[in-house]
Design a protein around this ligand. Structure first.
Ligand code: ZN
Length: 385
């Protein structure tokens, strides 16, 4: 419990933007004066925060404004997906210090996986010129069936990691870097990032939807993040069965939503349908198909309308079940002007009764590419800092 208090006090200091006082922390956290004093003193002692300056002397004791010692800690967050691996370093205030993205290395086995992963972290640390000695924790968001308790990645279809691979990601990263690590699904990390830092921050009932190689979602219900587990997946709309869909999914089943609407699936279907037809372009990826649809190409439009219909079925189900106040999109297929994104919104209007949509904020994330990396940093921080 004391750890939670420490995080609450630190959050209040951060929110104070250099002007926090023990009194303002008491008001913000609802903690008792003695608890705040004790926690502030311990944070001052380990230099996590500092008293900014002497306030001008007036009546009574001067209130010393408290501020975070931003450089006192370095946090690392990774987002390992089917298309790319991303890494983010932040300071204690979650300010972005360094960000890098690489193409996902092909999966050729456990040892090579960890070799790539360690090299990615090490080379990023070196390139960032940040002080590795200040590294306090590593959060890993993985587009996978990941066990948050053990930190084991059971499988990751979009990375070619089959069920039962059981990569002990947390244990290996902790052993290699000597700091605590945690592992969670990319979607859960995305939702926590939105809840803490996004355009709908603090919204207690919030759903995030990732439209990318995979189609996924995560749920915050009554301020609680619903954490996905391999045997208890939450928000996995990408693997809902869509009647009439015969496409084979990375999960091994046929007819899954993302086996049609996932970015890679779309490109493969387009290639299969049109590669022998010289009259039509060979669309290399989902982004090219989206541009073609926006430009009025009827075949691209047909493909994306079908994909949007699939996506909307999954998303409408989440809206019906959780009645979120905010629905935040992310992923490569979520673009403000994009054909698919707008087709999904149109479909949702048709599928979800008006009274269930009223007041619901719908937006694309403002956190950009680093959304899940930031979210998992925050989760690791709440766990370990
Ligand atoms: Zn599937």
């Amino acid at each position: 419990m004391s750890d939670r208090i420490r995080i609450r006090v630190l959050d209040a200091v951060r929110a104070g933007r250099g002007e926090a006082t023990k009194k303002s922390i008491e008001n913000a956290t609802g903690l008792a004066c003695a608890t705040v004093c004790k926690t502030v003193d311990s944070l001052l002692a380990d230099r996590t925060i500092f008293a900014r300056r002497e306030a001008p002397s007036g009546r009574g004791r001067p209130a010393l404004p408290l501020a975070l010692n931003l450089d006192s800690a370095l946090f690392a967050g990774l987002d390992l997906g089917g298309e790319s691996w991303r890494i983010l370093f932040t300071d204690l205030g979650f300010n972005r210090l360094y960000y890098r993205k690489i193409a996902t290395p092909p999966y050729t086995g456990k040892e090579a996986f960890f070799r790539h992963l360690f090299a990615f972290i090490r080379s990023s640390l070196a390139e960032s010129r940040l002080d590795a000695a200040k590294l306090r924790l590593i959060g890993l968001a993985v587009s996978a069936n990941a066990d948050p308790d053990t930190g084991v990645v059971v499988s990751a279809g979009n990375m070619g990691i089959r069920w039962g691979a059981n990569l002990p990601v947390r244990a290996e990263v902790e052993r290699e870097f000597g700091v605590p690590a945690c592992v969670i699904t990319t979607q859960a990390a995305a939702a926590w990032a939105e809840y803490k830092f996004g355009t709908a921050a603090g919204t207690g009932d919030l759903v995030t939807v990732g439209l990318g190689v995979g189609i996924g979602a995560a749920i915050i219900a009554q301020h609680q993040l619903i954490v996905s587990r391999p045997d208890r997946p939450a928000g996995y709309i990408g693997h809902l069965y869509i009647p009439g869909n015969r496409e084979l999914c990375v999960c091994g089943y046929r007819g899954c939503l993302e086996a049609f609407a996932g970015a890679r699936s779309l490109a493969a279907i387009a290639r299969r349908r049109h590669e022998n037809d010289p009259a039509y372009p060979l669309w290399q990826n989902a982004a090219a198909i989206d541009l073609a649809a926006a430009a009025g190409d009827r075949r691209a439009i047909a493909l994306l309308n079908r994909a949007a219909a699939c996506d909307a079925v999954g998303i409408a189900g989440l809206i019906q079940m959780y009645q979120p106040d905010a629905l935040i999109f992310s992923g490569g297929q979520s673009r403000e002007e994009g054909y698919l994104y707008n087709a999904v919104l149109r479909r949702l209007k048709r599928l979800v009764p008006e009274d269930r949509r009223r007041g619901m904020k719908i937006a694309i994330t403002t956190l950009g590419d680093a959304q899940s990396a930031l979210g998992v940093i925050r989760l690791a921080y709440e766990k370990f800092f």
